[in-house]
Write a protein that binds this ligand. Structure first.
Ligand code: AMP
Length: 494
């Protein structure tokens, strides 16, 4: 056999004059027991992160992977994990865990568990999940039998450790998935606590779409000589997503959305709304207008969310209206369009949102609706990605009055469909501008309602927004920022 793992597309070996073309996954060093179910899943060729990561992880190295969702990272860490666990040969003792996978939200935990259960199907290995919002009694019972692979959100896991339902000293493999999102959701202390409870020596894998300083610090503290692999530069949206923006008033957005959706009745569309109430209202409006739509957000029970995702996945409903937190971890290969009905407050969430389409190499379209007060958010997104988004409709200058922008940098924007500026790649290093302004995990409420913050396990309430929170903010001079901005623009040039 003449192949270096990951270097050749097809590995061949000669045996009794027959030529066997090895499954590409086998060429990476995975055993046939593990690779066998992969073709049934449609995994014929390893994705780049799998080609790079699997041989490294099989060799026992720690890994820091900068990779967005949709790159195939679950199999990249999951398949070597299964192979290592099969090598142990004995069953885990009661209330112990061999491999721990931490993820920020229930949806993502469930998604990872579904993948892992498929990978372990031909083996005796057991996958258990622990997430908030589900019966802790059942989880305690499941853990009492001993677990090969535990997929968990950090909050509920610490609860169970406190109740002595599980102990983590025997963990030999630790995976921190979507680490930047865990940071956003306030899990950094929980992560440190868990990492200190987990035994050594162990193999640790950390995956993150971006690498903020705290995550870099975390990986320095808990990973040993990790190999860093970077699949897509952080801040860059999936290359296969065609991105456009419509400049449209808030009031006209629902008509525009209906018109866009009406043009593609057979497609699966995910629509992002900023607030839970907004998502619910929009979904009801779409249903009243004859569209088959559902919604997922923090006000829905776990069961309701799962039913909505299932209906969307099966095509029973064609449109899913979602908030950021609820949509995290959704992996539905057929999503062809992502609508940013409201632009996200945090630019990085735009990348996570549009990553819901163009999964596993497929193409997809991301359509943003930018109302006059959202120009600054759009510019933040373009700055983060280092490109101008193609204008599909409306007047870009309509946003200027209400949205102060940095005067230092010219604003790059496309010239219209097929125009010169389409998805221009700027020279700027997107990583330099990927600073984070606020936690992005919470779902923002409008008006003076309590702000509900979802921590992956529970929803807590903060009533810290004043009644006039939606009005322009006043600076030190007492004038509103937008008033100052207008005044500055009226001043004649020197
Ligand atoms: P992930 O980034 O792990 O969430 O995976 C994104 C999607 O890609 C999931 O639907 C996977 O089932 C799919 N996928 C992962 N690896 C492959 C592969 N080698 N070939 C085809 N699809 C894949």
């Amino acid at each position: 056999m003449s192949t270096q793992p990951g270097q050749h597309d097809v590995a061949r070996c000669t045996n009794n004059e027959s030529i066997y073309i090895l499954n590409h996954f086998e060429a990476l060093g995975l055993s046939p027991v593990i690779t066998k179910p992969l073709s049934a899943l449609g995994y014929d060729t390893p994705t780049p992160i799998q080609r790079e990561g699997i041989p490294l992880l099989l060799s026992g190295q720690d890994l820091m992977g900068l990779a967005q969702t949709g790159t195939g990272k679950t199999a990249a860490f999951g398949l070597p994990l299964v192979q290592h666990l099969l090598g142990i040969g004995t069953k885990p003792a009661s209330r112990t865990v061999r491999a721990l996978i931490l993820a920020p939200t229930r949806e993502l935990v469930n998604q990872i568990a579904v993948n892992m259960r498929t990978f372990v199907r031909p083996t005796h290995l057991r996958v258990t999940t622990v997430v908030g919002g589900s019966s802790i009694g059942v989880q305690i019972r499941n853990l009492s039998r001993g677990t090969d692979i535990l997929v968990a959100t950090p909050g509920r896991l610490l609860d169970l450790v406190d109740r002595r339902a599980v102990q983590l000293e025997t963990v030999k493999f630790l995976v921190l998935d979507e680490a930047d999102q865990m940071l956003d959701l306030g899990f950094i202390h929980a992560l440190r606590k868990i990492a200190n409870l987990v035994g050594t020596p162990r193999q640790t894998m950390l995956f993150s779409a971006t690498m903020p300083k705290q995550i870099a610090d975390l990986s320095r503290a808990y990973l040993t000589d990790p190999v860093r692999i970077e699949m897509t530069p952080p801040g860059r949206a999936a290359d296969k997503v065609r991105q456009t923006v419509h400049f449209v008033s808030q009031r006209a957005k629902s008509d525009l959305l209906k018109s866009c959706l009406g043009e593609r009745p057979d497609d699966l569309s995910l629509v992002f709304s900023r607030t839970k109430h907004g998502a619910e209202k929009l979904m009801k409006h779409l249903v009243a207008s004859g569209f088959s739509a559902g919604s997922i957000h923090g006000n829905k029970s776990q069961g309701q969310r799962e039913r909505a995702i299932k209906a969307f996945r099966s095509g029973e409903i064609r449109i899913l209206v979602a908030t950021d937190v609820a949509a995290r971890g959704i992996d539905i290969p057929g999503v062809s369009h992502v609508y940013n009905y409201d632009l996200p407050e945090v630019a990085e969430n735009y990348i996570h949102r549009i990553g819901r389409t163009a999964r596993a190499g497929a193409g997809g379209e991301a359509i943003a609706f930018c109302s006059p007060d959202q120009g600054k958010l759009l510019r933040g997104i373009e700055k983060l990605m280092g490109l101008g988004i193609e204008v599909a409709g409306g007047d870009p200058s309509a946003t200027e009055d209400n949205s102060p922008v940095s005067e230092k940098k010219p604003h790059h924007r496309g010239q219209g469909p097929g125009g010169k500026g389409r998805n221009r790649q700027s020279d700027r290093n997107p990583r330099k501008s990927s600073h984070r302004k606020q936690a992005s995990g919470g779902e923002i409420e409008t008006g003076n309602e309590p702000q509900r913050v979802f921590d992956g396990d529970r929803i807590s309430e903060k009533r810290d927004r004043p009644a006039n929170a939606n009005r322009p903010q006043k600076g030190r001079t007492g004038r509103s920022t937008s008033a100052k901005w207008r005044a500055r623009r009226r001043r004649p040039a020197a």
